[in-house]
Design a protein around this ligand. Structure first.
Ligand SMILES: Cc1ncc(COP(=O)(O)O)c(C=O)c1O
Length: 400
């Protein structure tokens, strides 16, 4: 329809939402569906954080605030970066938005001109390429492989950089793979970037606190202080604090960039929800001791899922360092036919047949730019995970 913007032709609706919708339809029709598609923790926002939100409402903190965040939250963000990442920022270098998603979007809108390239390691979070396209830029995917545990190499990054490269977009631990770059692995990438002063770094550290075993989270400006003046460090409270619905994300970086991002936000949504901002102050400044037991639970679930999926015929599932996702390969299932007679010719038909024949909802790999795979979110109960993985094993056994 010509009435609609031509820019919209460049983007697709979120495939993860499509899977969730399909699973909800089957559930509504009475089917026994186990959803492994959701990208959010299955526990509640901690009580002290809820109480801070309630107190803000009762204190009448329900009006417009400064466009990109109340001073208390910007201070809390600065303290967080110092405490957790050894990064020094002033409140003028901090912006707060409606979720990490808006912060990332603001950054692209504030910086991309027609034809500017953004390097995105694949598999990637589904929204990255489409945000770049909406802002008029060109996503350049660099495919990681199963063999490197879904991490790109320095040589791949070097080969992808052109004079048009504006940003390198980095995400560790990753959605959808859970892969986390060690200090040495990240340093290999930042060394490349030091040779290309025109390339800026946008790092999405949303899963920072969901790091397991002996994996230690690190972020580009910390690993290579020489990149501090051209790095935007993005983070948020959604995942670690189970606050996905509160919609608070934040970033720190050079003041000129932060000001430009504020301009975008001032002419689109204005401030993020006032009440949520006060709750986020409590999340960042309050006790962090619930993180460790939560992570123990996630490690147990990750190990359960990895072991059960690796026991399924035709599936290879690496064990990731963080987040709450695994991204198994189904290369050996392609070309086979399911028990109900569906030809599995790619990961989308695999996910559709799996949902229709067993009631297990996963997201197909093509949505994340690397196939043939699927993404499992293990942010759900042990019982559901065991049952879902048993159904996946039986589904794979039935392939011929
Ligand atoms: C890698 C990554 N970045 C950003 C976001 C968005 O976070 P928020 O809910 O704070 O907008 C998500 C959410 O799924 C994510 O997985």
């Amino acid at each position: 329809m010509t009435f609609l913007s031509a820019t919209l032709d460049r983007v697709k609706p979120s495939p993860t939402i499509a899977v969730t919708t399909k699973a909800a339809e089957l559930k509504a029709a009475g089917r026994d569906v186990i959803g492994l598609g959701a990208g959010e923790p299955d526990f509640d926002t901690p009580q002290n954080i809820k109480d801070a939100g309630i107190a803000a409402i009762n204190a009448g903190k329900t009006k417009y605030t400064a466009v990109d965040g109340i001073p208390e939250l910007k201070e809390a963000v600065c303290a967080k970066f110092k405490r957790d990442n050894d990064l020094t920022y002033t409140p003028a270098q901090v912006t707060v938005g409606t979720g990490g998603k808006q912060v990332l979007y603001n950054a692209f809108m504030a910086t991309l001109n027609q034809g500017d390239e953004v390097i995105i390691p694949a598999p990637y979070w589904v929204s990255y390429p489409d945000m770049v396209l909406l802002a008029g830029g060109e996503p350049v995917a660099v495919a990681a492989s199963l063999e490197t545990n879904f991490k790109i190499t320095a040589a791949q990054l070097e080969a992808a950089i052109t004079p048009k490269t504006k940003w390198f977009l980095f995400n560790s631990p990753s959605n959808p793979t859970g892969a986390g770059y060690s200090w040495e692995e990240l340093k290999a990438l930042t060394d490349v970037l030091m040779h290309h002063p025109h390339v800026w770094v946008m790092t999405d550290d949303m899963y920072e606190h969901l790091a397991y075993d002996d994996f230690k989270f690190c972020t580009p400006a910390q690993v290579e202080p020489g990149l501090y003046d051209r790095t935007l460090t993005v983070n948020g409270v959604s995942k670690a604090y189970a606050m996905t619905g509160w919609r608070i994300g934040y970033a720190a970086g050079p003041e000129t960039l932060i000001k430009a991002m504020r301009k975008v936000q001032s002419q689109s949504t204005s401030n993020p929800c006032s009440v949520s901002q006060y709750a986020a102050v409590e999340a960042l400044n309050g006790p962090q001791d619930f993180l460790a037991p939560n992570n123990e639970m996630f490690v147990r679930r990750r190990d359960l899922v990895v072991d059960m999926l690796n026991a399924a015929e035709g599936i290879i599932c690496p064990k990731p360092e963080g987040a709450f996702y695994v991204y198994p390969s189904i290369a050996d299932c392609i070309g086979k036919t399911s028990a109900a007679g569906t030809l599995i010719d790619n990961d989308e038909t695999f996910a559709t047949a799996l949902l229709e024949e067993t009631g297990v909802a996963v997201v197909f790999g093509a949505a994340f730019g690397l196939s043939p795979n699927f993404r499992v979110s293990y942010a759900t109960s042990d019982e559901s995970l065991k049952e879902a993985c048993t159904r996946i094993q039986n589904f794979c056994k039935g392939l011929s």
